[in-house]
Design a protein around this ligand. Structure first.
Ligand code: HGY
Ligand code: MN
Ligand code: MN
Length: 414
């Protein structure tokens, strides 16, 4: 068993073929959740899983489950998975790696003629990124009962299209939600940060994920003419917003190295060069590994933003739209990942995930753990995102062995 290895070339080739779907000119991908490129990626995944002999199910929010039978169908499955949706300027590996690594495990079990005791399942979660439909991790969140089916389907994108309408448009609205018997959930993912590469480590043994809170802020002042309006009489919403952007960055720096604070979106109305901006809408993403410190960071942010609005004579609408608390992963599964890395002879280190992942919500309903591999320069959510075939194969081998340890092996072709 120890010497079982996946086929690294097949894994790489599958990733490169998948990356053709939604490919961008700069070498990345754009497969926004529930758009046609997302449908094409899903269709390719479904075809490949069928070719690997799996049965397929789709749930009411579009999550896809491929199942490879084990000897004992009554046992809860050992599951892996990730997401196929991407950022608008995403990379080839964010999410896709975890899905293709899971597929490579299934294909390798077939090649090796291995029958597992428990069934093995591979999941594709809908809308992990949360950029078209906010918040993030909606498919796994609905599965885990964090979001209701109704609120998930009702969420609208910037054009007013609902999640449910988009799901029907790509033909991926299935039935049922949650409750699959899962004994263990493992997710392989690129680190999306600089630690593994900087330390020359191949495997991240992920012990948990940091907490994050998302806000939407609307500042309303008064549109007026950019020429005749004296400076002292202005209620300029963009000046106020610029102070909020500086506040967010200042708070992130003040609470480093653990805190992260980002304004990712900003819309100016009416966005005309000779009109004083009357209204600005912006998003804020605050993160910290410790919930208490995240709470304190958010309190400072809210207080500071109210003070900025008051000083600028601006009306403020400040809305927290999402809170994903810090989540530890399951000790015995984290140990399974660590021992698989050790047995595989890979260098490794324990770490907390800076990014959110579907494993964070799966950890609410099943034992869960993650496996990280390095990405070049720690860069992700960027079209230049890259990783080496060797590291990707190493992470997939760790995934194979961690899953087999939990699924049990009945036999293998000699
Ligand atoms: O935002 C995140 O952490 C993830 O990419 N959804
Ligand atoms: Mn991801
Ligand atoms: Mn991402």
């Amino acid at each position: 068993m120890e010497n079982l290895r996946i086929d690294g070339k097949r894994l790489w080739d599958s990733l490169m073929e998948l990356a053709q779907i939604g490919a961008t000119g700069k070498g990345g991908v754009c497969r926004l959740a529930l758009t046609d490129p997302d449908r094409q990626g899903r269709d390719l995944f479904v075809r490949w899983c069928r070719e690997a002999g799996c049965s397929l199910e789709v749930d009411a929010v579009g999550n896809i489950f491929a199942r490879r039978p084990g000897r004992n169908a009554a046992l809860p499955a050992v599951m892996t998975g990730s997401h196929l949706d991407s950022q608008p300027t995403g990379g080839k590996f964010d999410g896709a790696y975890g899905v293709m690594a899971g597929l490579e495990v299934l294909r390798s079990l077939n090649d090796l003629g291995i029958e597992t005791e428990a069934p093995v399942e591979l999941a594709v979660w809908t809308n992990e990124e949360g950029c078209r439909f906010a918040p993030a991790m909606m498919g796994s969140g609905a599965y885990a009962g964090v979001f209701t089916l109704e609120e998930t389907l009702a969420r609208r994108d910037g054009e007013g299209v609902s999640y449910g309408e988009a799901l029907d448009a790509i033909g991926y609205r299935g039935a049922g939600l949650g409750g699959r018997p899962v004994a263990a959930y493992f997710e392989a993912h690129i680190e999306q940060g600089p630690i593994l590469e900087a330390e020359g480590k191949t495997i991240g043994v992920v012990t948990g994920a940091q907490g994050q809170r998302w806000y939407e802020v609307t500042l309303t002042g008064q549109e007026a003419h950019a020429g005749p309006t004296p400076m002292a009489r202005r209620r300029d919403a963009l000046v106020g917003a610029s102070r909020v952007v500086s506040l967010v960055n200042r708070l992130g720096l003040a609470h480093r190295p653990d805190a992260c604070a980002t304004v990712g979106m900003l819309e100016v109305h009416p966005n005309s060069r000779n009109v004083i901006p009357g209204r600005v809408w912006l998003t804020v993403d605050l993160r910290h590994p410790e919930d208490g410190k995240l709470q304190a960071l958010c309190a400072e942010f809210e207080r500071g933003t109210r003070a900025i609005a008051a000083a600028g004579g601006l009306e403020l609408n400040l809305k927290e739209i999402w809170h994903s608390p810090a989540r530890p992963f399951t000790g015995e599964l984290v140990s399974a990942v660590r021992s698989a890395a050790e047995r595989g002879g890979f260098s490794y280190r324990d770490m907390v995930s800076g990014a959110g992942h579907d494993a964070v919500y799966m950890a609410r309903v099943a034992p869960a753990a993650m496996i990280f591999v390095p990405c070049a320069g720690g860069i992700s959510h960027n079209e230049s995102e890259s990783a080496t075939p060797g590291d990707l194969a190493a992470g997939c081998n760790v995934l194979l062995h961690a899953m087999l340890e939990r699924a049990g092996v009945c036999g293998a072709r000699a």
